[in-house]
Design a protein around this ligand. Structure first.
Ligand SMILES: NC(=O)c1ccc[n+]([C@@H]2O[C@H](COP(=O)([O-])OP(=O)(O)OC[C@H]3O[C@@H](n4cnc5c(N)ncnc54)[C@H](OP(=O)(O)O)[C@@H]3O)[C@@H](O)[C@H]2O)c1
Length: 177
């Protein structure tokens, strides 16, 4: 059964926000999370990684690029993949973890596992089919039992494939894909 996550501190945590790709994810989330949603609520989000200093620098960088000084006060979660309690702690605080820490064949599994065990949904930007397939084979049952979604290859060079799925769905007028 799915874990109730609506009362967690963050709806979204961007893990690996200090990386080359992570910084642009932060910028894009900051841009699109502007203002309130249809319920009059602002997105509760945070950045995560192993270096407080680097994460502060990314927030300052995004604040400057977008002209939003308030980004400097977005919460920072310290988490290292080699420190299992810090991973569990991050996952317990989030409804969704967007994992930008790669290569995923080295770093991805620990995050998938921690998300499943702690009831957080998992997204990644992996372009590594072997990693994606092994996560599916190894964790599908456990993820389903815990009501956790593990969604690989979101965005970036996965967009053409996503567009293909959308095109196919629209072409056959099905809504159940
Ligand atoms: N699908 C696509 O189109 C696409 C596009 C671009 C990238 N990617 C993938 O995205 C991943 C990241 O690429 P990148 O170029 O952004 O890499 P990067 O600049 O090297 O960033 C790696 C990130 O992982 C963090 N990290 C490394 N080891 C860690 C650990 N033990 N604990 C916690 N954080 C750790 C780094 O933290 P520090 O800053 O503290 O070192 C950094 O934030 C790669 O797997 C790449 O293949 C996919």
């Amino acid at each position: 059964m799915a874990t109730e996550t609506s009362n967690r501190p963050y709806q979204l945590v961007i893990f690996g926000a200090s990386g080359f790709t992570g910084q642009y994810v932060v910028e894009e989330v900051a841009r699109t999370a502007d203002g309130e949603d249809y319920r009059g609520q602002e997105l509760r989000w945070a950045v995560a990684g192993r270096s407080q200093k680097k994460l502060e620098k990314v927030l300052s960088w995004a604040a400057e690029r977008l002209g939003k000084p308030q980004l400097k006060s977005i919460d920072i979660v310290i988490c290292d993949i080699n420190d299992a309690p810090s991973l569990a702690d991050m996952c317990k605080k989030a409804s969704v973890v967007l994992d930008c820490v790669g290569p995923y064949r080295f770093y991805g599994e620990a995050v998938v596992k921690a998300c499943i065990e702690n009831g957080a949904h998992f997204l990644d930007i992996s372009g590594e089919p072997k990693f994606l397939e092994s996560m599916y084979l190894k964790y599908d049952r456990q993820a389903a039992d815990n009501g956790v979604y593990i969604v690989g290859s979101c965005g970036f060079d996965s967009i053409p494939a996503d567009l293909g799925v959308l095109f196919t769905r629209n072409s056959i007028q099905g809504n159940n894909l």
